[in-house]
Design a protein around this ligand. Structure first.
Ligand code: FES
Length: 292
């Protein structure tokens, strides 16, 4: 897209629209980039695997029956979401089909609200409902301000060569960004079943410790009279790292007050997290506690 067209698209907006457009464009591009560079997002070996997240969201979402089916298509869905976020961010920043991008952003935000942040309580702790409103506001603001031209319409006129080239440009830039994000991936460590976490003698009954799980994510290990067990330390709400509070015997999230009970399946006991903490397999082998 020619630089002068991008500049003109920004000049056509008033200041509040420019601010909203910049925030949404940068944030959505970053959201797509983050997924592209997250080695765990599409890896079944990871605690942050999209399929595992969908299975957790399905338990509490009003569209849980859809999410439960999407678990089987988590990898293509993940690619679709990350490319859509990159494309929406690029379209909003460059001015190519902003109205279409705003509708796409609103639909994705609605989907995330109904799944990821539906249980946020109070509702304003979840960001997706706010993004849904921002996209609707941007759509109406752009419609009110944009001069009519062949590329300004809601639906691209595919008989116009410039429109087709713009669409191809946004698509190609999204794919190239996804590929570039992949270069920043840290590889998901191969599952290291049998790898020692701690010596049994150093971890008596009643002990708790944080360790790094085989997929590189933080986790908590517990030993009680009934054996050893472990949970991901990544909060199922928005991914903050939880910590153990010995007084309350809970795993507490510092971000929005989420609280999990490690002695009852990692279930949520307070706050907005939509599902229990995922578990990691651990066992006692000889004089060691090992992964797997
Ligand atoms: S990230 Fe929101 S409660 Fe944990």
């Amino acid at each position: 897209m020619a630089p002068n067209i991008i500049v003109d698209s920004w000049k056509a907006n008033n200041l509040p629209t420019k601010i909203l457009r910049a925030w949404l464009g940068v944030t959505w591009f970053y959201a797509g980039w983050q997924k592209a560079s997250d080695a765990g997002f599409l890896s079944k070996a990871s605690a942050t695997y999209l399929g595992a997240q969908l299975a957790g969201f399905a338990k509490h979402s009003p569209v849980g029956w859809i999410l439960a089916r999407l678990v089987h298509f988590a990898q293509p869905l993940g690619w679709f979401v990350l490319l859509a976020e990159l494309a929406i961010g690029i379209a909003v920043l460059t001015g190519a089909y902003i109205q279409l991008a705003a509708i796409g952003g609103a639909l994705v935000s609605l989907g995330l609200w109904l799944s990821v942040t539906w249980t946020a309580n109070p509702y304003f702790l979840g960001s997706d409902s706010a993004y849904l409103v921002m996209w609707i506001v941007l759509l109406f603001a752009i419609r009110a301000q944009q001069k009519k031209s062949s590329s300004d319409g809601l639906v691209p006129n595919l008989t116009d060569r410039r429109n087709v080239l713009q669409l191809i440009g946004v698509g190609a830039a999204s794919i190239l960004s996804a590929i570039a994000g992949g270069f920043f991936k840290k590889s998901v460590p191969v599952k290291s079943a049998g790898k020692e976490i701690v010596k049994l003698s150093d971890f008596p009954v009643g002990s708790t410790m944080q360790y790094t799980a085989s997929d590189g994510n933080p986790a908590f290990l517990f030993r009680t009279n009934v054996g050893v067990f472990a949970y991901s330390a990544v909060c199922t709400h928005q991914g903050c790292v939880v910590s153990y509070t010995s007084q309350t015997k809970t795993l507490d999230c510092p971000c929005h007050g989420g609280q999990f009970d490690p002695f009852n399946g990692g279930n949520v006991v307070a706050g907005p997290p939509p599902s229990a903490l995922p578990t990691y397999k651990v066992s006692i082998s000889g004089n060691s506690i090992v992964a797997g």
